[in-house]
Design a protein around this ligand. Structure first.
Ligand code: M6R
Length: 606
């Protein structure tokens, strides 16, 4: 996720462009840049937060411009540095482009353009857009952009300016948001409405496939064939503060609502010809071939994602997956030999224990495959190969959309390992198919939000919770309990359902509810009997189960249903439910879920 802005008008100062960009800082903050046409055509971009950009521009903030674009970056292709920062330019430095999204086929396009003599300066996928527009430009910017976007695969929101066109921005959208409006002599577009509100509250949301020509006093929208489209104007009655969170009260809530998009972003470009595909693994396939054991290290929510991977790979192959919490792994004899694969999972890529585990494993000859959200983080740099989550920045301390993204990457990796090692079969095909269709189903799960809030209201005053699940549902139970603990401060414990009668059942009574994770899978009846045992101890029961299973009603009236899927994919399908349940309890108790006490977003010390 990145933030883009475009402004065109009279009497605009660079300060206006920077202020507008700052409203989008939550969308990315590893580098920022602007391109503008005033007395000259200038581009200025810098690694770091927007304040670094602002400082660098200090002498110029009062300079006037007619047309300008700006970008705040959350790196996906190429580490965060001055060169990879947007805007990107063509060879003649006449065209500048900002982009939010991922261009799937950028390698093919880049090769084609290099053969035609284009010189690239960055490692980004975005730069191909600037060169493509250059290739197509024959004096009409709209025409060139229309031709260029036809060649792009993936997700994008782009804004393009040309040195010889002082009164127009051409923008396009497919899969990444873009909204535009006209204020008093100012045309403005952005990734969300926040920057627009200083100028207007009447806005138009671009749709997939739209290409827009924006001027200071109006705009036209076309489809990719150049046919004019009508778009509705919406009146947005938000204040600027609320808009930063997309109208949501907390970032955590917004980020849960982004679960489906995070899943899409993690999958983009990673399925080819109905098979899992990781460009990044090109040179490592040999290592994954014939592996009889894979080690995994991670912490917290990332550890639970790793646990799902263990169940997945062990259920579908003869490969052993040994997973360990990083803070334990780093202090044990590592049992690693030359050429072993160690998978390290970390949203931040800065978790101290995970980094130390990786360093230890490397010393013993392991190859490190990491799954990371933050491009350029220490873990990314120290790994042999990094598979990025592409979830965009997560501001809330609780991991939510990044858990979804971690799971997506791990399922794909599991399927890839199956394929490489001769385990590919009809079932693998079915899982991949269901994974690719999952974003839409996650939207359905999110529609249960009002019902989940009602349940949260009913249960918010209990002081203890027991989460249970078997097999794939055990990590979901662990994740549900962790979410509840960290943002509501309610004590919650998680057990494999079969372990209940080995001790924990003694805790249960009318004041100790059970949250049972029990989809329609091969272990359903086993879990059901554990839940019935809990009920006989008078424990209130919440069930998270599968739509259409009427037998859940025999257990409790407090049921949250999710759509059916392959049994291995339920952790993904159910993640938003446990996240929302914890979120609503925190909110109803008046707690700030974005900043839970005693916790930091990344744990960079032991
Ligand atoms: O950045 P990481 O994925 O390495 O972080 C690991 C844990 O610190 C993190 O998942 C933590 O447990 C979250 N606050 C859970 O919501």
């Amino acid at each position: 996720m990145c933030g883009i802005v475009g402004m065109v008008g009279e009497n605009l100062k660079l300060e206006d462009l920077v202020i507008s960009l700052q409203k989008l800082e939550y969308r990315g903050y590893d580098s920022a840049g602007i391109a503008y046409l005033g007395d000259n055509f200038g581009v200025y971009k810098k690694k770091g937060r927007i304040d670094v950009l602002r400082n660098g521009l200090k002498q110029k903030l009062n300079d006037r411009f007619f047309v300008g674009i700006a970008h705040t970056r959350w790196a996906t292709h190429g580490e965060p540095n001055d060169i990879n920062a947007h805007p990107h330019m063509d060879c003649k430095e006449e065209i500048a482009v900002v982009h939010n999204g991922i261009i799937e086929n950028y390698r093919e396009i880049r090769e084609f353009l290099e053969q035609r003599g284009h010189i690239f300066s960055s490692e980004t996928d975005t730069e191909v857009i600037a060169h493509l527009v250059e290739e197509e430009f024959e004096g009409d910017l709209l025409d060139a952009v229309l031709k260029a976007v036809k060649k792009l695969k993936g997700a994008y929101a782009i804004a393009v300016v040309h040195k010889s066109v002082p009164d127009t921005i051409v923008a396009a959208r497919k899969g990444s948001p873009l909204v535009a409006g006209i204020g008093n002599g100012v045309g403005i577009l952005a990734s969300d409405v926040t920057p627009l509100l200083r100028f207007t509250k009447d806005v138009v949301f671009l749709e997939d496939g739209d290409v827009m020509v924006l001027r200071k006093d109006g705009f036209e929208v076309y489809n990719t064939d150049g046919v004019k489209q009508q778009r509705k104007i919406y009146h947005v009655d938000w204040d600027e503060k609320a808009a930063e969170k997309g109208g949501y009260k907390y970032f955590m809530y917004k980020e849960i609502m982004e679960d489906p998009q995070a899943l899409v972003n993690a999958l983009v470009g990673r399925v080819k010809n109905d098979r899992p595909f990781f460009e990044e693994l090109e040179y490592y396939e040999e290592l994954l071939k014939g592996a009889d054991r894979i080690r995994v290290v991670s912490c917290g929510t990332s550890y639970y994602a790793g646990l799902v991977f263990k169940y997945f790979l062990e259920n579908h192959t003869d490969i052993d997956v040994e997973i360990e919490v990083s803070s334990e792994f780093r202090y044990k004899r590592p049992h690693i030999k030359e050429g072993d694969i160690l998978i390290a999972i970390s949203q931040s890529g800065e978790t101290a224990d995970t980094l130390e585990s990786v360093r230890l494993a490397k010393k013993h000859g392991a190859k490190i495959v990491s799954i990371v959200n933050v491009v350029g983080s220490t873990l990314d740099r120290e790994s042999d190969v990094t598979l990025f989550m592409n979830a965009g920045p997560e501001i809330g301390v609780a991991a939510t959309k990044t858990y979804v993204a971690e799971l997506a990457v791990l399922y794909l990796l599991g399927l890839k390992i199956m394929e490489i090692n001769g385990y590919w079969d009809r079932e693998a095909e079915d899982i991949l198919d269901k994974l690719v269709r999952m974003p839409e189903l996650l939207e359905n799960v999110l529609r249960k939000d009002p019902q989940i809030r009602e349940l949260s209201e009913k249960y918010k005053n209990y002081r203890n919770f027991m989460y249970i699940g078997r097999g794939y549902s055990y990590p979901t139970a662990l994740e549900g309990a962790l979410k509840l603990k960290e943002i509501t401060y309610i004590h919650a414990t998680a057990y494999q359902a079969g372990e209940l009668k080995h001790g924990p059942i003694a805790l249960l009574d009318v004041d100790f509810p059970v949250f049972a994770v029990m989809p329609d899978d091969s272990l359903f009846f086993k879990t059901k009997s554990n839940v019935i045992e809990s009920k006989s101890r008078n424990a209130p029961v919440i069930v998270l189960g599968t739509e259409g299973n009427r037998s859940l009603e025999e257990i409790t009236g407090d049921i949250i249903h999710v759509p059916p899927t392959h049994e291995s994919l339920y952790p993904l399908m159910m993640a938003p439910v446990v996240q929302l349940f914890a979120y609503h309890i925190a909110d109803l108790k008046g707690l700030d879920p974005d900043k839970p006490r005693n916790l930091a977003k990344s744990v960079t010390v032991e």
